[in-house]
Design a protein around this ligand. Structure first.
Ligand code: VG1
Ligand code: CO
Length: 554
């Protein structure tokens, strides 16, 4: 390990504050060009540092997208000038979001600065993002992001070094920049050790030893390629070739690194074409999302995946040894996991959208497992959702139960009934029109509540309408307006939200779900057709947005 020492003078640079640095559901996400504006990135980093009182150790890494290295160099100079003592930076800047969370926790860091826009496309003309994690390893709660935003709006100057240090991010070593110690670390090592703690690797290895288990993982040229190759192939014994699109690329190879049926079509097609493959999994750009597929591309909806993992959680070593505390899901996620919780005698918390709301529940030892309908699954081993965790959990369950993905799902539905779920995304709509639609819905569903008691066809009668509000059971903080909902007397629901992760225009998310105990094998979109039509009628979505069809269907 070589030690380089670089010294320079600290300077204070006068700057113009930007008024648009408000983090959304998961960090500040904007076009690369926005971050490239004069002092835009510098300002935001300065605001982050001022929001944390005297940070000593900060972890830095991300999904490796375009502009990451440039941002890391800025972070190093600004941290050095602001008196941060130590930075741990991932080699080549590549560190999955779950691995960030683990590093923060194991090194007892004060915070992490994560350079990611997750599943948003990357490259010069696309998105970049900066996200802050706090000392528990989780995404910063709203109290912190509000503070950062406030500081950013009033910022007059930032501190940096007069001469930008030349640093090589491609090798593992330590050096000093001014008084700041910088350590470049291997991104996979620590995470691999964590996975060895959480799972029984020998049990998973047995799947492959039998010889008839084949899988295909697709990190979509995001951050998980090196992790998936190292752990799945080198450690667990998956065949060579079991990981496709495994090289992290700054523009994800021009693809949209979002693991759903639309954007991960390559994986779906490969499974459809080869019925020897028993298991498929895709991950997003920063490695925290997962999509689970069975033989011939059999799709497991994220709400079902969460419920199956919840019902079989003791197949995972960590929970076999320590027991299960409770579960949680985000509000738009179908309530399949609630049924498991009830049966097993655990509590299931319902939170707003975004992983930051699960952190308090985990820190207070209230939950072991949680998930979101947006392909997020995770447990209290870290404070982020974790794509590979979901993959290994499914593999552990298949190893122990000796069932296929499809058998696990069908058996689950037979026992609990099926929660049909569908999400329609209307991406890049006109912002003003979407706001108008939400205002109209707010009036109808929250103020006049005219729909209550109304019947649609002979199946659906409106029970209650409103806007989801959450009181955190741990710190009692209240979060309002987290999704406009229509609940029906038979348990069906419709939810409308605007996305908080986009970088241009507005995205409407429409979530519908309905439950059946008998009818288990319909196509979701067919089963939910009537409900989707009702949603269009209630919201006047086609009139407001000019769209009759969504851009993505889950
Ligand atoms: C989306 C998802 C949400 C998820 C968030 C971050 O937010 O709906 O469930 O937590 O992305 O995921 P929104 O506001 O666009 O609906 V990721 O993989 O960016 O870290
Ligand atoms: Co992500």
């Amino acid at each position: 390990m070589s030690i380089a020492n670089m010294s320079s003078k600290v300077i204070e640079v006068a700057t113009q504050a930007y008024q648009d640095q408000k983090p959304g559901t998961s960090g500040l996400r904007k076009k690369v060009k926005t971050f490239q504006q004069l002092n835009y990135t510098e300002n935001f980093i300065q605001a982050i540092l001022e929001s944390i009182s005297k940070p000593k150790l900060i972890i830095v890494g991300g999904d490796g997208r375009f502009y990451s290295e440039e941002a890391i160099r800025k972070i190093i100079s600004i941290c050095a000038a602001n008196g941060v003592e130590r930075l741990v930076v991932a080699k080549d800047g590549i560190l999955s979001t779950p691995a960030v969370s683990d590093l923060v926790r194991t090194l007892k860091a004060d915070a992490a600065i994560v350079l990611t826009a997750s599943h948003n496309p990357g490259g010069e003309d696309h998105d970049f993002g900066i996200k802050v994690n706090t000392a528990n390893g989780g995404p910063a709660p709203e109290s912190v992001t509000d503070k950062i935003y406030k500081i950013s709006c009033q910022l007059k100057s930032y501190k940096t070094l007069l001469k930008r240090p030349q640093v090589d991010l491609s090798k593992i070593y330590k050096f000093f920049v001014y008084d700041l110690e910088v350590e470049i670390v291997d991104p996979v090592e620590g995470y691999l050790n964590l996975m060895r703690d959480v799972f029984d690797f020998d049990m998973i290895k047995n799947l492959f030893k039998k010889g008839d288990f084949k899988m295909l993982a697709d990190p979509m040229n995001g951050v998980l390629g090196p992790y998936a190759r190292r752990i799945l192939i080198d450690e667990l014994g998956a065949q060579e070739g079991s990981v496709i699109n495994s090289v992290p690329l700054p523009d994800f190879g021009g693809k949209h690194p979002d693991p759903n049926l639309t954007y991960a079509a390559e994986l779906v097609d490969k499974l459809k074409a080869n019925d020897e493959i028993n298991f498929g999994v895709a991950f997003d750009g920063d490695g925290d999302r997962n999509m689970i597929l069975g033989q011939r591309g059999f799709f497991v909806s994220p709400g079902d995946s969460l419920a199956v993992v919840a019902a079989n959680l003791t197949c995972v070593k960590r929970f076999k040894e320590n027991g299960i505390k409770g579960y949680a899901r985000s509000f738009p996620t179908a309530p399949a996991v609630d049924r498991v919780a009830e049966k097993l005698g655990h509590k299931c918390y319902v939170t707003p959208t975004g992983w930051k709301y699960f952190g308090n529940l985990m820190d207070a030892n209230l939950i072991s497992l949680c998930g979101e309908e947006s392909f997020g699954t995770g447990s209290d081993h870290i404070r982020e959702k974790d794509g590979l965790f979901a993959c290994f959990a499914w593999m552990s369950i298949m190893a122990q139960t000796e069932k296929t993905v499809k058998e696990l799902l069908f058996d689950h539905w037979k026992e609990y009934g099926r929660d049909y779920f569908c999400r329609y995304d209307f991406e890049d709509c006109d912002g003003g029109s979407c706001q108008s639609m939400m205002m109209y819905l707010e009036k109808t569903l929250c103020e006049s509540r005219v729909l209550v008691g109304k019947k649609f066809g002979n199946k659906y009668e409106v029970k209650e309408t409103g806007n989801f509000q959450y009181t955190d059971p741990v710190d009692r903080s209240v979060t309002t307006k987290q999704g406009l909902f229509v609940n029906f007397t038979n348990g069906a629901r419709i939810i409308f939200r605007l996305s908080g992760t986009g970088s241009s225009g507005a995205t409407v998310r429409l979530y519908v779900s309905d439950y059946s105990k008998e009818n288990l094998q319909e196509e979701s979109r067919v089963y939910l057709k009537e409900l989707l039509d009702i949603a269009y009628t209630i919201s006047k979505l086609p009139e407001y947005t000019g769209r009759n069809e969504p851009t993505v269907i889950t």
